[in-house]
Design a protein around this ligand. Structure first.
Ligand code: GDP
Length: 426
């Protein structure tokens, strides 16, 4: 039994490969907890059960004996969660109230949150932020206005109906008068309760109690983040952020045990940069170079299928991400993707206002920043079968050491393929 807690977090824009790292490390932990975000991103996990794009379920769900928790900080979408649960169960994975627990304090993402997301993106037209239309921003706005229903309210049917009626009347004002959309009816909400909420009800419990007990018993907890530091509501590239806090410091709060201590923060960094959606992306490549990297890296969104924007690794943004996450170790993923390059460019610094800088700029200034590129020699051979540091080509070791020195954090894991065992542990 390992008595330490660990958070696995994204250092950049998300899609760094957090899912594969959680899947790899869950063996060492007793519980895996999702503490923020919703079904708007996807963690890809490949293991003996098959290939999965998980949106809400914690990535520990495939390991027997691991308790998986959806904390109070997540955007709990009963419809999407239930479809995801059915998909996973259909592939032979057992989901029971013993291995999957949903916080009774998690707020429910309502069907109108998804409608509002789509209606607002349509209104914004070409000024849109690149929402995945899963209702996440309207959900968190309502949560902070206290205009949501807690999962645990499903156990109080009479109060729940009155609460839903009041929320619906309020929400219909926005739907009909602002967006000229169809209003909701209680019949529609009854169907939602019956088809989705009832299905997840057996899994809802006081997960705070479960976590406190686990802490007292000396059990170890793995906190699983969605998206990365640059998408954090408070620390990311405003307003191109998500509506919650992927930073590790939020994990105990969003998980359900604010007293929990995190001993280790593993920051996941991709060996090059990718970004889904709108907003400044200083290192962006265009044209054939971008197309080639996108193809080789298979950079299409796990949730939306959208082509990701790509570019060389951004050491300025990565250092900021490392600091914001307080990472104690890094996992560098998709190093194998760079094997085709003769020379590998890296963004070493930015130029801003005519001066070179190592500091990540304030969001409003970021548009003006230009990358200062440096190139390192490529290795140009297949490294997908490499399992030890010693067996890596010298150029790959140099590339890793260069990143490590530039961002100020030890790279403990190097991932050379999507499969569970395609990993080098230093
Ligand atoms: P997450 O949201 O941070 O978990 O990241 P995604 O799952 O969206 O994106 C990571 C993608 O890269 C997935 O398709 C993974 O299967 C894949 N992947 C992860 N690590 C590696 C690696 O080292 N090499 C390669 N080739 N693919 C990887």
């Amino acid at each position: 039994m390992k008595m330490s807690n660990c958070a696995i977090v994204g250092i950049n824009w998300g899609d760094e490969g957090k899912g594969r790292m959680v899947d790899l490390l869950t063996n060492d932990y007793d519980l895996v907890v999702r503490y923020q975000g919703g079904g708007n991103a996807g963690h890809t996990v490949i293991n003996k059960f098959g290939k999965f794009a998980l949106h809400l379920l914690p990535s520990g769900i495939f390991r027997p004996g691991v308790v998986n928790i959806l904390g109070n900080g997540v955007a709990l979408d009963p419809e999407n969660l239930w479809s995801e649960m059915q998909m996973v169960m259909a592939q032979g994975v057992a989901l029971t109230p013993e291995n999957l627990k949903i916080s009774d304090r998690a707020s429910l993402l309502m069907p109108w949150h998804r409608d509002l997301d789509a209606l607002e993106e349509a209104r914004l037209a070409d000024k849109k932020f690149g929402s995945t239309r899963q209702g996440i921003a309207p959900f968190y706005s309502d949560k902070y206005q206290k205009k949501t229903v807690l999962a645990g309210e499903l156990f109080y049917p009479e109060k729940l109906r009155a609460h839903l009626q009041a929320l619906m009347e309020w929400k219909n004002l926005t739907l009909t008068e602002v967006y000229h959309a169809e209003p909701y009816t209680m019949e529609k909400l009854e169907a939602w309760l019956h088809d989705a909420c009832e299905m997840i009800k057996p899994y809802i419990c006081d997960t705070g109690k479960v976590l406190r007990q686990a802490r007292e018993d000396g059990k170890s907890i793995l906190f699983e983040a969605q998206l990365g530091a640059l998408r954090d509501l408070d620390y990311g590239i405003h307003p191109y952020t998500t509506s919650s806090n992927p930073v590790a410091a939020y994990a105990p709060i969003g998980a359900g045990d604010p007293a929990a201590k995190i001993d280790e923060v593993i920051g996941v960094v991709k060996a090059y940069s990718t970004c889904v959606g709108e907003g400044p992306f200083t290192c962006e490549w265009f044209g054939p170079d971008a197309d080639q990297l996108r193809e080789v890296g298979d950079e299409y969104g796990a949730k939306t299928g959208r082509p990701r924007r790509v570019g060389p690794i951004d050491l300025v943004a990565t250092r900021y991400g490392v600091q914001t996450q307080a990472a104690t170790a890094l996992a560098l993923t998709k190093l194998d993707v760079l094997s085709y390059m003769k020379e590998i460019p890296v963004c070493a610094r930015y130029i801003l206002n005519g001066e070179e800088t190592d500091d990540f700029p304030f969001p409003a200034a970021l548009d003006e920043a230009k990358p200062v590129l440096k190139t390192l020699p490529g290795w140009q051979c297949d490294i997908t079968g490499v399992r030890t540091w010693e067996a890596l080509p010298q150029q790959a070791k140099d590339y890793i050491n260069y990143i490590e020195a530039a961002v100020g954090c030890r790279i403990k894991y190097v991932s050379v393929g999507p499969e569970r065992d395609s990993i080098i542990i230093r």
